[in-house]
Design a protein around this ligand. Structure first.
Ligand code: ADP
Ligand code: MG
Length: 475
């Protein structure tokens, strides 16, 4: 029976190996190996991991070769079956096959290594000038507006860009919600390093690129090339790591690359949509490494920062935007900065191609088309009722003139949500609250923003209410 032959071939090999390897190493590196099959001159053995395979190739090629040749004859060869993912009840294990150092096929690229053995995997040195860093040159520190919401993250980014790999900010882990500027910031770091240190290999990948490259390498037996490539990178930026959740194999390989890069003083930067402690579906050892360096969060920009971002963007495109339009947008586009980007681009389009003046009317028109969310079932009435309910005050009092704090706060909150979720102008919102003028409404919006900064309970309330309104809109 085949299995018996295979087992006895391997047992014979082990006897020979034992004579050359001390007991402890024998137990560590050879005991766990399982013989799989013999086909002609080729013995295939299964090893538990990629790392294991590499270790054998690195350290035991001569003894393995000797053993296999003694047992199978001078043309004896060894192949590995590497367990890349041990699988679980639902998923079968994933295996990858490699020839060992002996098993080079004639037309495969080869390179002699220091031991004089042949490795089947060509080691291609990367040229930092020609490597595609996948960076978008439009993202720089210059056009990244600083605000309270991103100060720590930005400073850490600047520090890393000056001295990649040598600060204690390694890895640098940036996290925050959608559109807070994570991608912009990490790309700015990459661009800065590329500019000032052209000898460095910089690579930006999002988890999608990384996973695809990995799976591709896996299928085409190019794992070694894949790893070789990544291990030559001086600055590795992995965007949106949260998507690696539950991808065991990809995490494993990233873990490997991470460790080796980190050990050799290379800089690693990652982003995620939540704090490392809240990441689900990650191996604990990977999570703990995410926290080795610096973790910094980016928050939603406040009104001033949004204004500055709007102005900067329009300036860089050579467009003057009137203050009232900028303010209107800063207040109204409250979903995220990515939507803001869409609104601004559309404004630019109207202004440059359709030669229209950028004014409030145009801004409103554009907004209406882009942020569909905003034209919604959330009416002034609905907002007023919901808020009065929430704060347990009389609806009529809330809409009236009474200046008691218990009433003023709900009133201001209601105005704030009217601004966010309806198309009404400030003046019209004032109308709906007992005929107040637009400056009262502005004051209300500012108070709400201030309270959100200083009073966590109030901020919570706003978040709860936001969820409520949003769920109505998507319903
Ligand atoms: P994230 O990756 O966090 O989802 P992005 O980096 O893609 O967010 O940012 C969304 C948009 O907002 C981009 O166009 C980006 O240039 C812009 N942006 C975000 N933060 C800033 C900032 N502080 N200054 C200038 N632009 C910003
Ligand atoms: Mg991003």
């Amino acid at each position: 029976m085949e299995v018996d032959i295979t087992t006895s071939v391997w047992t014979d090999c082990l006897d020979i190996i034992k004579q050359h390897v001390d007991e402890q190493n024998f137990n560590t590196w050879f005991k766990p190996i399982e013989p799989v099959r013999t086909e002609g001159d080729v013995l295939t053995i299964q090893v538990p991991s990629q790392f294991f395979y590499e270790w054998l190739e690195e350290n035991y090629v001569p003894v393995l070769k000797k053993a296999v040749r003694q047992v199978l004859g001078e043309h004896g060869r060894l192949e590995y079956s590497v367990v890349v993912d041990s699988g679980n009840l639902q998923n079968p294990p994933v295996l990858v096959n490699y020839p060992n150092g002996n098993g080079v096929k004639k037309n495969q690229p080869t390179q002699e290594n220091t031991r004089g053995e042949y490795s089947p995997f060509a080691y291609k040195a990367l040229d930092p000038r020609t490597v595609n860093s996948r960076l978008n040159p439009n993202y720089s520190f210059d056009n990244f507006v600083e605000g309270d919401c991103n100060r720590l993250a930005r400073s850490a980014g600047v520090a890393v860009a000056k001295k990649p790999g040598t600060t204690s900010f390694n890895p640098l882990m940036l996290y925050g919600g959608v559109g807070v500027g994570k991608t912009h910031l990490v790309q700015a770091i990459g661009n800065e390093i590329k500019k000032n240190m052209p000898e460095k290999v910089v690579l930006y990948v999002d988890q999608n690129d990384f996973t695809n490259q990995f799976l591709n390498a896996l299928q085409n037996l190019k794992m070694q090339e894949f790893q070789n490539f990544y291990l030559q990178v001086d600055l590795l930026i992995l965007d949106d790591v949260q998507f690696l959740a539950g991808r065991e194999k990809t995490q494993e390989i990233f873990f490997n690359i991470f460790n080796q890069l980190h050990q050799s003083g290379k800089q690693i930067i990652m982003t995620s949509d939540c704090a490392p402690r809240d990441l689900k579906g990650f191996q604990e050892r990977l999570l703990s490494r995410f926290k080795w360096g610096l973790t910094a969060d980016l928050q939603e920009p406040d009104f001033e920062t949004k204004l500055a971002i709007i102005n900067k963007k329009m300036q860089s495109d050579g467009i003057e935007i009137p203050t009232d339009v900028a303010e209107y947008l800063a207040y109204s586009v409250d979903t995220n900065l990515r939507d803001m980007e869409g609104v601004l681009n559309s404004l630019l389009f109207h202004a440059t191609l359709l030669k229209r003046n950028i004014d409030l009317d145009l801004a409103k028109e554009v907004l209406k088309n882009i942020i569909k969310e905003i034209q919604s079932d959330v009416s002034v009435d609905y907002i007023q009722k919901t808020i009065a309910d929430y704060f347990k005050v009389e609806l009529e009092q809330m809409k009236g003139k009474l200046k008691k704090r218990e009433i003023v706060i709900p009133r201001q909150t209601a105005m704030y949500f009217c601004k966010r979720y309806t198309q009404l102008t400030l003046a019209l919102i004032g109308e709906n609250f007992g005929g107040r003028d637009h400056s009262t409404v502005i004051h209300a919006l500012e108070s709400v923003e201030d309270m959100m900064k200083t009073d966590p309970n109030f901020k919570n309330s706003i978040e709860e209410l936001t969820k409520k309104f949003k769920s109505r809109m998507s319903a």
